[in-house]
Design a binder for this molecule. Structure first.
Ligand code: SF4
Ligand code: SF4
Length: 228
């Protein structure tokens, strides 16, 4: 059903292995959900490929519109899936594609990347993005939490290896290069405040703050490698 509605990726995560982390971030009420349904919708390669024209407002505005439109599609698919699960007699709690509820820590109620990672849809790269084998980081995610005991997938190995392209291209050097380790906080790998203040300055200067260079450069999912 997810694919028929427009999702490009779909998987189930068993949340019982990460319950302490999930409840610490989002609240105790999340403990009642033992599964997360992860859905992904691809960005358009032709638009992401233009992000190297980083100072051109046209490239940034087009990317922003795409980003918002993919988020809306995900929320729509998530709502219809959640309604179907509810009709079957289970609880379904749809987490929107874009959500920041803690403006200090810059985190949402629930990590879509965690769900996608546990579901086996990709690994968390040095860029802290979810890197999928087929589309790299060029995918946006949403999640439906549920108590329906659906069969869960399993994690896949990280494949960043010696690559450091996201670290090199980031204008504010926000990534440390440390590999993902679930026992360590995000700050060990990524300074989200550096990224946010850079985007804020861009917004004042260009009218739109999105950057996206770390999405653009990742060799996984990058179809046109002849671009700069
Ligand atoms: S969006 Fe830009 S500034 Fe932020 S982490 Fe990625 S490359 Fe760095
Ligand atoms: S650019 Fe390289 S290091 Fe960064 S996430 Fe992609 S594969 Fe990993």
């Amino acid at each position: 059903m997810a694919k028929e509605l427009g999702a490009d990726l779909f998987g189930i995560a068993d949340l019982t292995v990460a319950q302490a982390f999930v409840c610490k971030q989002g609240g105790e009420y999340l403990r009642k959900f033992s599964r997360a349904i992860s859905i992904g919708v691809r960005l358009l390669d032709a638009v992401v490929d233009e992000l190297y024209r980083h100072e051109d407002p046209a490239a940034i505005y087009t990317y922003t519109a795409l980003y918002n439109s993919v988020n809306s599609s995900l929320d729509h698919v998530g709502l219809l899936l959640a309604k179907r699960i509810q009709e079957k007699g289970y609880r379904a709690y749809a987490i929107p594609a874009s959500q920041t509820v803690d403006s200090d820590k810059l985190i949402g109620v629930f990590s879509h990347k965690l769900a996608a990672n546990l579901a086996g849809l990709g690994w968390i790269g040095k860029s802290c993005l979810l890197i999928t084998p087929s589309y790299g980081p060029r995918v946006r995610f949403a999640t439906i939490l549920t108590d329906a005991l659906l069969k869960a997938g399993s994690q896949i190995d990280e494949k960043c290896n010696d690559c450091r392209e996201c670290m090199d291209i980031c204008p504010v050097k926000a990534f440390t290069g440390a590999s993902f380790d679930p026992s360590k906080p995000r700050e060990v790998r990524f300074n989200a405040h550096l990224c946010r203040s850079y985007r804020k300055k861009r917004e004042e200067r260009l009218g739109e703050g999105y950057c996206g260079l770390c999405v653009y450069v990742c060799p996984h999912g990058r179809s046109n490698k002849s671009l700069p």
